[in-house]
Design a protein around this ligand. Structure first.
Ligand code: ATP
Length: 186
């Protein structure tokens, strides 16, 4: 009689700097058929909850995400306040999703995109930690282009996080995202 192996999958945390390419890399894993979870997506859902919106509106006077981003990246206390409103609900939802993973034999790990993994000290939740890396000038230009920011604004947002160079030292696995996506296709 064959033995059934019951085992939870290994959970890999995927992180990096702002605009270093976490979502881009996560989507590549997804295309390969790997189960992925995005904390950005969880955050977007949490943001729509009535109780969360009420707290945000009360504290920031607006629900506009772009306006709030501008505020929090120039005011540390306000950034911490937003994190206090959002993070507990995001972590709770993530833990729930991980607990719901079926206990069957998994060949492949589950990959979770956690932008502030080190900053929020979530290391223990993961079997291994992947850091997505690109050069600082690429991070700046990709961020400027994607979010239509000036160079000063992009640098300010990058500086609000633990430096990517420090995250690299804490990584189990590093994914090099310095090559241009278009170059890869050609
Ligand atoms: P955030 O921290 O804001 O969630 P992120 O780390 O998830 O960002 P992405 O959104 O994947 O980063 O990438 C940032 C921008 O850079 C996007 O516009 C994306 O299309 C672009 N980008 C990512 N990787 C590459 C690459 N290798 N070549 C060219 N552009 C890239």
């Amino acid at each position: 009689m064959s033995k059934r192996i019951n085992q939870k999958p290994r959970i890999l945390g995927l992180t990096g700097g702002i605009a270093s390419g976490k979502t881009t890399v996560l989507n590549q894993f997804k295309k390969l058929g790997i189960k992925t979870i995005s904390c950005d997506e969880i955050a977007r859902k949490v943001y729509t909850r009535a109780n969360v919106r009420k707290k945000i509106k009360k504290y920031f006077g607006t629900l506009n995400r772009k306006k709030i981003a501008k505020i929090i990246f120039s005011d540390f206390t306000k950034r911490k306040q937003l994190e206090k409103i959002l993070h507990p609900a995001i972590i709770k939802n993530l833990k729930k999703q991980l607990n719901l993973l079926p206990s069957t034999f998994y060949l492949l790990p589950v990959i979770v995109d956690v932008p502030l993994l080190f900053e929020t000290h979530l290391e223990k939740m993961f079997d291994k930690i992947i850091v997505v890396y690109c050069k600082k000038n690429q991070q700046i230009s990709r961020l400027m282009k994607r979010d239509k920011l000036t160079k000063t604004e992009a640098i300010r947002r990058i500086s609000a996080q633990l430096p990517l160079s420090k995250k690299l030292k804490l990584a189990d696995i590093i994914i090099d995202n310095t090559k241009n996506l278009l170059d890869k296709i050609i």
